[in-house]
Structures are given as structure tokens and as C-alpha cells.
Design a protein around this ligand. Sequence first.
Ligand code: NAP
Length: 265
Amino acid sequence: MKLLEGKKALIFGIANKHSIAWGIAQAFHEHGAELGFSYGIPQLEKRVEPLAEELDVRFVEMCDVTKDEDIAAVFQKAADHFGQIDILVHSLAFAPQEELAGRFVETSRSGFALALDISAYSLVALVRAAEPLMPNGGSVVTMTYYGSEKVVPHYNVMGVAKAALEASVRYLAADLGPTGIRVNAISAGPIKTLAASGVAGFRKMLGYVGERAPLRRNVNQEEVGRTALWLCSDLGSGITGEVVYVDAGYHILGMPEPPEKWEQT
Ligand code: NAP
């Protein structure tokens, strides 16, 4: 059974084959959705076009989410191309690399503002622009990380941005619920992507989590894609304002040491 037959989904945040948004796009395509892609910088066109072709995607548009005029333009084009949409995927974030190393207390005013603008405010702006295209309801999904709740080395200002993003999910869900639009976040465990490699010591993080998570491994883009599929299909029709963890269970641990290590002491 195809879960998204007849549905139209606009996906923001595909940079390459490693992007989480690509995992989501593949799952949606497999389940019959018609897709549109948006990418952030002109240099990415060459990388995104072949991916779009692979999934027979005809709508591929650039949009820098820090620019209101870009957002207005991409949604106008989406309205012309699709008429209405059913699903919006927000899978993007950014902080200057120097803010993702060293001590959080050193975060600059400009780095803080930029990280919050791209990584959190953009969800509000995109959802506002998408609302008129979802007159019959719809589903929005964004990507977050556990560093919003607990201190993770070097995640720094991105943790603060993800906390703002998760709070925005709840406020948006409350605003848009009466019109049948659901808004949820997926909190993914660490996955090797372009954005993730900007966090100092990211490889160490992968190893640490993979050794200690209850499933004793890391997760991948496909697993996040299937969760987005569930949330955005009718299977998730009763869920809004939630943060769903796809992290091999890591977030449930109070003392992240594998029991076998405790037994040795
Ligand atoms: P990715 O492939 O590098 O995707 C990040 C995307 O953000 C890129 O497509 C990038 O596009 C886009 N972006 C950055 N600034 C933008 C702007 N101003 N306007 C429009 N797009 C912009 O990395 P990813 O790991 O899949 O990240 C996707 C989401 O998952 C992010 O929210 C990230 O925080 C979240 N997440 C990742 C992990 C992980 O471990 N990988 C874990 C949990 C959550 P351009 O390069 O074109 O600007």
C-alpha cells in the first residue's frame, strides 16, 4: 500500500545524497508522493538537479531562507506548479563553524542571530508561507537534535537554536491545528552529513552514541525518512506538536554507559 498516493510535498534542505532530506524524499517517492525540492545556494543546483531527476521531480527552486523575498518567490512558484500542497519538510540549519567549537560562552552576537534565524525562525516563515497552500490541512515536519535539551560538546549555539525550533513546533501546532495542519519534529541521532561535519569532534560523537545507545548503533537517513513518512501520512493523523526520537534510543539514558562496562568495574 502506498501511503502518500496523490499527496504533494515540498522539501527544503537537500544538499546531496547524504542529506537527511534525501532520505525523506526517497521514502516519500517510494510511497507515491509528487515532490518539489528547494536548495539554499546557487552552487548546489548542479548537485540537486541529478537527484531530482532520479525521483522524477520537476519542481527544483533555490531559496535562501534568510530572505523573505526568496521565500515569497518559491511559494508563489509552488502555488503555480502544484496548486495546493499537503506536506512541507524543513530539514535545514546553519551556524558559523567557529561557533561549533570551543566554549558556548564565546558565542558572538552575530553567530547567535544567524544560527537562530536560519535554523529556527525559518520554520515559522516557511510555515506561514505554506499555510495558504494547505487549505485542506497538511503536515509539516522539521529536524531537531537532542542538543536542544542536554549539553552536547561543541553543539553550542545550535542547541539553543534547536530548543527554539522545538518550541516553535509547539506554537505552530497550536496555531494551525484548527485548520488541520499538523506540525512535528523528528529528533535524529547523529548522522554523517555536510552540516554535521561542521560540529567539532562529530566523528567522536558518532562513535560515542553508537557504542552506548540501547540499539548499540547509529541511525541512518532511511530510518529518519520512514519516520517522516509515518508522521506525514494518515498513519500520523492524530499527532501534532510532538518531537519524535529516531536515535536508537540514546535519549532515554540517564547514565550513558553500556551495562557491560558497569559489570567490569
Ligand atoms: P545537510 O545535508 O548539510 O543539510 C543542511 C541543509 O541546510 C542544506 O541543504 C543547506 O543548504 C541548508 N541550508 C543552510 N542554510 C540555508 C539557508 N540560508 N537557506 C536555505 N537552506 C539552507 O545536513 P543534514 O544533517 O541533512 O541537516 C538537515 C537537518 O537535520 C538540519 O536541521 C540538522 O540540524 C538536522 N539534524 C541533523 C543531524 C545529523 O547528525 N546530521 C541530527 C539531528 C538533526 P545549502 O548548503 O544550500 O545552504
